[in-house]
Write a protein that binds this ligand. Structure first.
Ligand SMILES: Nc1ncnc2c1ncn2[C@@H]1O[C@H](COP(=O)(O)OP(=O)(O)OP(=O)(O)O)[C@@H](O)[C@H]1O
Ligand SMILES: [Mg+2]
Length: 495
């Protein structure tokens, strides 16, 4: 492929205040009109590189060039003016502003007369409905991501940097997104595409750069000619085997019973319309469906974080009314938006010991036993493969995937849970970590713990679940065994 360099970095290095060398002498070239995938395991430096190109992080050394000329991108405003937009893994908006106002802010920064209806039109072409008057800060994560994508397209940028855009999309939506990426490409938009999913690389990427520990391992010009295991070995530095072993069917008494659950969202819209489900001890039940169809409301109502209009939830045979009751009865919860459950300004030890199930094991005579707390944190860091310099690191300084691992470790790895409820547990995890997590879920169940998890990835459900529930329009629309075919389930999701 002939390459006209559009956006380049030369000798880019970044060491974070704590001493992590997130980028080391990185040379990266985005050619005009290409989709350039960035691969690398959790903590490799992908988001750091992406944010440097958007003026969110200043490099310590090196230059950024736009069309061959050195540029100083000191803020997102500078980047937008130059036609560059970065869409983060977890877009955040302040409370008290509406999406309408957010559109205006970006349009001003970009210097273009883009209106809400332009963004609405793009969103509509994906089949997404967004409430532009709602409080942007309290929008569900999936809607924030959808909004940013639609906004990026509407703003007519030349460079779109997408940081794991598909983590929260279901199969159908991923297809739509990949289609629109191809469409954008044909319109001349160049893209940096951060992902952990090799399949997406094959589908859309013209070139791939692999990062490992802050360094460029390789840039591949024709990724389609490189077999998957070779690509994966560039990412992890060695060959990895993925195998989930499961002694299926070993189930005991009911860990979780949900009957006739009815839930509305914050706007009063009926999202869960009478759901009955149960999970036995030692059983894994997966909920699959298009993200944003009420899974979040369903799970939040089950764990007691959301008001139930009707319905009963029992953990281990005990009726639970709220989150405290849920946790006391042995319930654990990993939300889809990890920042809802972690405090980024606190360190790992504090984050691990904050929930009651953990606190009760480290508090002695009313004070925290620091040694125990540190050991607990160290244990989780080790078993769940969290990459951090020490347990005193602030959680906000961990990469997205490492934050997720920490949260999973806290909810799965302490004490004796009865039921673990998870929303999108592998979102943001690299290939090897996702496989390791599915294996941990299987082991948890083998120990007699019930697991209920919602995922947009049908293959994940098929890999570990005993039963798969298709969630559609607020109801459980079908139940499948682990032997069901992928196609059968995808059809049911779309029906
Ligand atoms: N604000 C920060 N302060 C200190 N260290 C940081 C900060 N942000 C990131 N790091 C560290 O820099 C390294 C690279 O992080 P980065 O977020 O770029 O990784 P990533 O490749 O995007 O990973 P993931 O796939 O998990 O999202 C990690 O070791 C991370 O802990
Ligand atoms: Mg990242």
């Amino acid at each position: 492929m002939r390459c006209t360099p559009l956006l380049e970095t030369r000798g880019l290095s970044k060491t974070y205040p704590g001493g992590v060398r997130a980028l080391q002498n990185v040379d990266f070239t985005l050619c005009e009109g290409e989709v350039h995938a960035l691969l690398g395991e959790n903590g490799a430096g992908k988001s750091t590189l992406a944010q440097t190109l958007y003026g969110l992080i200043y490099p310590d050394e090196g230059v950024i060039k736009l069309r061959g000329r050195p540029v100083s991108i000191l803020s997102p405003r500078d980047a937008l003016r130059s036609g560059i937009l970065y869409i983060p893994q977890y877009p955040e908006f302040p409370h008290g502003v509406s999406l309408r106002e957010v559109v205006k802010l970006y349009a001003d920064a970009r210097g273009r007369a883009v209106t809400t209806s332009d963004v609405e039109e793009v969103a509509g072409s994906f089949g997404w409905r967004l409430d532009f008057n709602a409080d942007a800060g309290s929008l569900p994560l999936v809607d924030r991501q959808r909004f940013m994508l639609a906004l990026g397209i509407a703003l007519g940028v030349e460079v779109l940097i997408l940081d794991e855009p598909t983590s929260f999309l279901s199969g159908v939506e991923v297809e739509k997104l990949l289609e629109s990426i191809k469409k954008l490409k044909s319109l001349g938009v160049s893209m940096v595409y951060v992902t952990h999913r090799i399949r997406e690389v094959y589908e859309v990427a013209d070139r791939v750069t692999v990062l490992r520990r802050g360094r460029v391992v390789t840039t591949i010009d024709e990724p389609r000619s490189v077999p998957e295991d070779v690509l994966v070995s560039y990412v992890v530095g060695e060959k990895v085997e993925f195998r989930v072993e499961r002694k299926r069917g070993a189930s005991g008494s009911q860990a979780l019973e949900v009957s006739d659950l009815v839930v509305r969202d914050e706007y009063g819209v009926l999202k869960v319309k009478g759901v009955d489900l149960s999970v036995a001890r030692g059983e894994i039940v997966a909920i699959v469906g298009i993200e944003g169809m009420g899974q979040r409301e369903l799970l939040e109502a089950i764990v007691g974080l959301r008001r139930r209009e009707r319905g009963i939830v029992k953990v281990d045979g005990v009726v639970v009314e709220n989150v405290a009751g849920f946790r006391k009865a042995g319930g654990r919860y990993v939300p889809g938006d990890r920042l809802e459950a972690l405090a980024p300004d606190m360190n790992i030890v504090e984050n691990v010991t904050v929930p009651i199930h953990a606190a009760s094991t480290v508090v002695r005579w009313g004070i925290i036993d620091t040694k125990r707390a540190v050991n607990m944190a160290l244990g989780i860091v080790k078993r769940f493969g969290v990459v951090a310099r020490s347990v005193w690191d602030k959680v906000g300084s961990l990469s997205g995937g490492n934050q997720q691992k920490l949260l999973l470790g806290r909810e799965m790895g302490i004490g004796d849970p009865v039921i673990v409820v998870m929303h999108n547990p592998t979102a943001g995890l690299d290939v090897a970590s996702s496989a390791a997590l599915l294996d941990k879920i299987a082991k948890l169940a083998d120990r007699g713990v019930g697991v209920l998890f919602a995922t947009p990835v049908v293959d994940e459900a098929l890999a570990v679940a005993d039963r798969i529930l298709v969630f559609r329009d607020g109801r459980v629309a079908g139940e499948y065994s682990a032997e069901a075919s992928r196609l059968e389930i995808v059809r049911a999701i779309l029906a």
